[in-house]
Design a protein around this ligand. Structure first.
Ligand code: NAD
Length: 435
């Protein structure tokens, strides 16, 4: 193990049930819960509680005025028993080692539930991206790649965009890696611009998968889409794309929101007329000012009497305080971790199915996998092919989870973790522990 790799066995601070959970707490709680539904070797469980490695680096940056600042960067690699590590890189002032570890664990489960041959990783730089000029961001990105290059690669660990990073950031990472290798290696990162090997349909994929999973779930619970009402919190990459597709497929999207509040029309909104967060930030509230549509708060949106609630904005919005007031028949998680552990228990008690994030929004990592396949095969897929294959992968994963839900009489979240963990544990068992 190199000097920059540390494996901590320290437990994260336990938060009380009404406080937001950290990503690491949630990931370990889910692992423990999934394990209680499965026969899993103690040693394998213990290995999965810890990351394989966490790389911590310092990233010196020459500012535009000639001064030098030094930033901390991380790459947490959780488990690679099923294939190379995969996961986002974020630029955010609150990035921490433990957050990277928790999110890397989450990626392991997400790849496994989708049966994608990747393991989980996450990384980032502790920096406020808004404090960087475009040139500074480029220099920081290239230097960060240089610092972590030994542990990154198309068959080792493949980063992707996350908070504060975007397709241009991925292009700089890919260029910095390729320049040092002496050849163009597009498969080292995903979420790139299409001109350099990015996949068609990548950016809209998480929202598309949320819509596909909602459609399947409505079919299963006998809600014909044409008679189904949906409320979507958050109108960004995930929320807007999910809302627009569900609208296109015949559902009535009755409420949507942005950070400033939401809008509501019981007969269905014209979601195609509202710009998404990417197209025009905070356009939902502006749309409300320009039309006479009814307004409601984000809290009220979560408690609307609808068939399907899709929290697709941020984590920890369904909590111990409001879970008893949720009036939707089904919840489909668009955001990562929108439901706290305590809220989950209340919704389970109330028999409201919650389709978990690791299944519902996994379209992003699935199309990242398609991008990687296209890159290593030097072959482009049409948008139609991406959509077809995504639909098929999502339906297959949804069915695998449904089988566990039916056979074991567990929640949808437990079913998804059982699918993921049994695949990972089986691979560990067959490969064995060496030496
Ligand atoms: P985004 O930035 O594109 O959009 C977020 C939307 O939520 C915006 O409309 C914003 O105004 C709104 N919002 C922000 N804070 C809010 C708050 N406190 N209350 C209500 N609304 C709020 O983000 P995104 O990419 O759509 O991501 C949303 C969630 O989905 C996040 O949890 C993210 O981790 C998760 N996710 C994103 C992707 C992806 O590839 N984009 C993939 C999987 C999961």
């Amino acid at each position: 193990m190199g000097p920059d790799q540390h494996v901590s066995t320290a437990e994260p601070q336990q938060s009380s049930s009404d406080e937001p959970e950290t990503a690491l707490e949630t990931a370990r709680r889910q692992l423990a819960r999934a394990r209680s539904n499965l026969e899993i070797d103690d040693a394998i469980h213990e290995r999965l509680r810890h990351p394989r490695a966490v790389h911590e680096v310092t990233v010196p940056l020459e500012r535009d005025d000639g001064s030098v600042d030094v930033f901390t960067g991380y790459r947490a690699q959780h488990d690679s028993v099923r294939g190379p590590y995969k996961g986002g890189l974020r630029y955010h002032p609150e990035v921490t080692r433990d957050e990277c570890v928790g999110l890397a664990m989450w990626m392991t489960w997400k790849c496994a539930v989708m049966d994608i041959p990747f393991g989980g990783a996450k990384g980032g730089v502790v920096v406020d991206p808004k404090s960087l000029s475009a040139d500074e961001k480029e220099r920081l990105t290239r230097r960060f790649m240089q610092e972590i290059r030994g542990v990154i690669g198309p068959t080792k660990d493949i980063p992707a965009p996350d908070m504060g990073t975007d397709p241009q950031t991925m292009a700089w990472l890919m260029d910095a890696y390729s320049m040092q290798e002496g050849e163009t290696i597009p498969g080292v990162v995903t979420g790139k611009p299409p001109a350099i090997g990015g996949s068609k349909g990548r950016e809209r994929a998480p929202g598309r998968s949320v819509a596909i999973v909602t459609r399947k779930t409505c079919e299963y619970f006998d809600y014909p889409l044409s008679e189904t009402t949906v409320a979507v919190q958050g109108f960004g990459s995930v929320g807007a794309n999910a809302a627009r597709l569900l609208d296109e497929w015949g559902a009535d999207v009755v409420a949507v929101s942005d950070v400033n509040g939401g809008i509501y029309d019981p007969d269905g909104l014209e979601v195609g007329a509202i710009p998404s967060h990417d197209e025009e930030p905070e356009a939902v509230t502006r749309y409300a000012e320009e039309t006479d549509v009814s307004r409601l708060s984000n809290d009220e949106l979560l408690e609307l009497d609808v068939d399907v609630l899709v929290p697709a904005a941020v984590g920890n919005v369904l909590t111990e305080d409001n879970a008893a007031a949720v009036d939707a028949d089904l919840v489909v998680e668009g955001a990562n971790g929108p439901t706290t552990f305590a809220a989950d228990a209340i919704l389970e008690e109330r028999e409201i199915p919650v389709i978990p994030d690791i299944l519902a929004n996994a379209g992003g990592v699935t199309v990242s996998y398609f991008e990687w396949l296209q890159d290593i095969n030097r072959r482009r897929w049409s948008l139609e092919r991406v959509h077809e294959e995504l639909d098929s992968e999502m339906v297959t994963a949804w069915n695998a989870v449904r089988e566990e839900v039916e056979q074991r009489d567990v929640t949808w979240r437990d079913g998804a973790y059982v699918v993921a963990l049994s695949r990972i544990a089986e691979a560990h068992d067959i490969r064995g522990l060496w030496p």
